[in-house]
Write a protein that binds this ligand. Structure first.
Ligand SMILES: [Zn+2]
Length: 203
């Protein structure tokens, strides 16, 4: 059990749309604000089932848990003079009716994230400063700048490949590139977090 407002306020909360699809990771403060305004509800995994709570019932439940000393090892708490609140891990937006048709932005960072910061030719991991974007089918041979023709390559492999296709250069790709279904940053954030319960919301 981790107590203390400072630590708890640094927590991140996974945000789902109405259809239980993960759409954001937000700071606790923002999540509490949405809960308080009735724009969202807490989704809590209890005995393998998803239970929903509005702000008041979550507060009541938190109080009860403290009273009964039913506090999990990994739970975090916001403790104030007149209330105790268990830090929610997942919230669901209530007033977000449409399932947003998420268009994954095509940019350098998202390509690096999709390829997990590893060169798609030699397979090694690098920091972003040592990575570049490579046209699989070179522009000089009609290759476009799109999700399915751009990969992450280290500077060395990029130079070695030059204006050739992987076949011409005898540098096979680790994974053929395609447009990611999920926002790569969200996928990355969810995977990097210690909260097991987040993973079940990534489709
Ligand atoms: Zn490489």
């Amino acid at each position: 059990m981790n107590i203390g407002p400072n630590r708890a306020l640094q927590a991140n909360v996974l945000t789902l749309n109405r259809g239980f699809l993960a759409i954001h990771v937000v700071p606790l403060k923002r999540a509490l604000c949405m809960l308080f305004k009735g724009m969202a509800e807490v989704v809590n995994v209890e005995d393998g089932m998803y239970m929903s709570y509005d702000f008041d019932s979550w507060l009541e439940m938190s109080d009860l848990k403290i009273e009964l000393e039913d506090v999990g090892e990994h739970d975090e708490w916001l403790l104030a003079v007149n209330f105790s609140l268990q830090v929610p891990r997942v919230i669901r937006l209530l007033k977000y009716d449409r399932v947003p048709r998420y268009q994954v932005k095509f940019n350098r960072r998202n390509v690096f994230l999709r390829d997990e910061y590893s060169c798609q030719y030699c397979g090694k991991s690098y920091n972003s400063g040592s990575l570049s974007l490579d046209h699989v089918l070179p522009r000089s041979q009609g290759g476009g700048t799109s999700w399915d023709n751009i990969v992450t390559a280290c500077l060395k492999c990029n130079e070695r490949k030059g204006g050739r296709t992987p076949k011409q250069a005898r540098m096979p790709l680790k994974i053929p590139p395609k447009k990611p279904k999920n926002n790569p940053l969200l996928t990355h954030q969810v995977q990097a977090k210690r909260y097991e319960c987040w993973k079940s919301f990534l489709h």
